[in-house]
Ligand binder design. Structure first.
Ligand code: PEP
Ligand code: MG
Length: 550
């Protein structure tokens, strides 16, 4: 057997065939023009296959992730069958272009026309037309379909967008190996909440298509992918996987129990989600609430700004599913590594330090208020708290409150019901916010510490840069001091404080957080029970807080 190592994203075992995913940007190979009728028939045949593929993607996505996420494929289908597009392809074929060339030319022409329009919705369609054209050309030129899996698969790639991983059938995507990537990147967060055994930074593993179809085993508990597997290896890893699953099963004893230390210190163990459908995993793992619903994923899955009604339905669904348990919905954190084409954000030299989340809201209050209206309307259906990311000062808090007051006044005037006790919190994820937490605490109901960003900003270290993993030190004493300052400041003013960054599930930091009496920690659903167990084994009188900060 041959082993390659990386860093664990989500612990588990996977057994399957390797699929190496590489972006294939090569132009369609030059073919000879075979005649107008023949080329047009080829186009029609390929388009039919593309439509069938879109149907399949729609059905699978709807079944596993819900209608809102599946909608993209329905939109693509409408566009692929558009008669004007077909006419344009026909016109290019009449000029003796092959079907491949004609589709590329027609797609470019349509995308160009759409991108010139003022309407942001139509502008955003241009990327869709290119994607559809690419799909048809790939079928015409016999290129491999990257996303359809037919056997249990371990996907291997350099890095992945968090939205791309959703294109795979979850029942066949058994494992994920990134040769680059980073444990706190959003694709990793997604893999964790989807419980896909996965590793990143497996830099020695060759990204070689020759590996396609080879059997492999992923042991992400140790951060290893194993190739050239023998029957003996299979038996050994089957035993390890069984033991791993037995340990997980034993954690079920903690279902329904409070998260409390030996000396009686209680903490709420909440979950991080990215869609209303994720609440199912939260309930299955006995999460006590939602610590962050990353609402930008509602936007990321759409091809245009989601309307107030659309968002209302999504948030209502999450609140109803959680049956009165607290649901903290974070207003959209778009920008940096989460770009949404229809936002038409400017290209930036340093996106992580750039135009992002509340900074966009300050410029586009109407867009912010659309989300707030959807949130307040949904608040009538459960226990909602609203949280705003990337806050750095009191004037941004004042701006948010002004928008919230305007939205509430309008709803009241129109007699639209909303809950009167919605809490307003902010994320502490920029170092100045932690340093000034004593001032900020006086203006909000709660804090949630976002350690993924707090770490990157405190250490001046891009969280998605795989060359900086040694610098990205989440245990740095400076970071621990910022966390302590934030928790102490919140408590000084009687405010609750939680943590929803990935550090919240780290057993090394857990004693520090619990000894500081953090009120809530929020993590991927599969980590709830093991964290509750770890809390039950702690005694805060025996934890040395100083050892973390000095
Ligand atoms: C964080 O920064 O820690 C956080 C929870 O938000 P995100 O990872 O989405 O930036
Ligand atoms: Mg963040």
């Amino acid at each position: 057997m041959t082993k390659y190592s990386g860093k664990t994203i989500f612990e588990g075992f996977a057994n399957g065939e390797i699929r190496v995913l590489q972006e294939d940007n090569t132009e369609a190979p030059a073919r000879k023009f075979s005649g107008v009728d023949q080329e047009f028939t080829r186009f029609l045949g390929a388009r039919e296959k593309e439509l069938a593929k879109l149907d399949e993607l729609y059905a699978k996505t709807k079944a596993s992730l819900g209608e809102d996420k599946a909608k993209l494929f329905a939109t693509h289908k409408i566009m692929a069958s558009d008669p004007d597009f077909e006419d344009s392809v026909k016109g290019f074929i009449a000029k003796e272009n092959t079907a491949e060339q004609a589709v590329q030319l027609a797609a470019k022409q349509f995308a160009g026309m759409l991108s010139q329009l003022d309407d942001p919705y139509m502008k955003a369609r241009s990327a869709d037309v290119i994607e559809i054209g690419k799909g048809v050309v790939d079928i015409l030129s016999g290129k491999q379909d990257n996303y359809t899996l037919t056997v249990p698969t371990i996907l291997v790639c350099e890095d992945l967008e968090s939205s791309t991983i959703m294109k795979f059938d979850k029942s066949l995507l058994k494992g994920l190996v990134l040769t680059k990537g980073n444990p706190t990147a959003h694709v990793s967060i997604f893999a964790r909440s989807s419980e896909i055994p996965s590793i990143c930074m497996a830099s020695e593993l060759p990204l070689d298509k020759a590996l396609n179809g080879k059997k492999a085993i992923l042991d992400s508990t140790k951060g290893e992918i194993i190739l050239d597997v023998t029957a003996e290896d299979e038996a050994k890893y089957a035993t390890l996987a069984k033991e791993h699953n037995e340990k997980k099963d034993a954690l079920k004893a903690f279902v329904g129990k409070p998260s409390v230390t030996k000396d009686g210190v209680k903490t709420k163990v909440y979950c991080n989600i990215a869609s209303a459908a994720d609440t199912a995993a939260v309930l299955a793992n006995d999460g006590e609430g939602i610590g962050v619903f990353r609402s930008e994923y509602v936007y990321l899955k759409q091809t245009n700004y989601p309307t107030e009604d659309f968002q209302f339905e999504v948030y209502k669904k999450a609140l109803e599913a959680m049956q009165g348990k607290e649901v903290i919905i974070r207003t959209f954190d778009i920008g940096a590594d989460k770009k949404v084409p229809y936002f038409n954000l400017p290209a930036e030299a340093n996106p992580a330090l750039g135009y992002r989340s509340v900074r966009i809201c300050l410029d586009k209050p109407d867009m912010f208020k659309t989300q707030l209206r959807a949130l307040y309307r949904a608040s009538a259906f459960g226990k909602l708290s609203i949280m705003v990311p990337m806050i750095t000062n009191v004037s941004e808090i004042d701006f948010c409150k002004k928008c919230m007051d305007e939205v509430k006044a309008d709803l009241a005037a129109k007699k639209i019901p909303y809950a009167k006790d919605v809490k307003f919190g902010i994320m502490i994820e920029v170092p100045v916010a932690a340093v000034c937490a004593d001032e900020l605490a006086q203006h909000v109901d709660f804090f949630s510490i976002g350690t993924n960003d707090l770490t990157q900003y405190a250490l001046a270290c891009d969280r998605v840069n795989p060359n900086l993993t040694k610098v990205y030190d989440p245990y740095h004493k400076g970071l621990m001091r910022l966390i302590k300052m934030t928790i102490d400041a919140a408590h000084k003013y009687g405010k609750e404080v939680g943590m929803c960054g990935e550090l919240a599930r780290d057993p090394k930091v857990l004693p520090f957080l619990i000894a500081l009496h953090i009120d809530e920690i929020s993590l991927s659903a599969p980590y709830v029970l093991q964290t509750r167990k770890a809390i039950s084994e702690l005694d805060t009188t025996k934890i040395n807080i100083e050892s973390y900060i000095k």
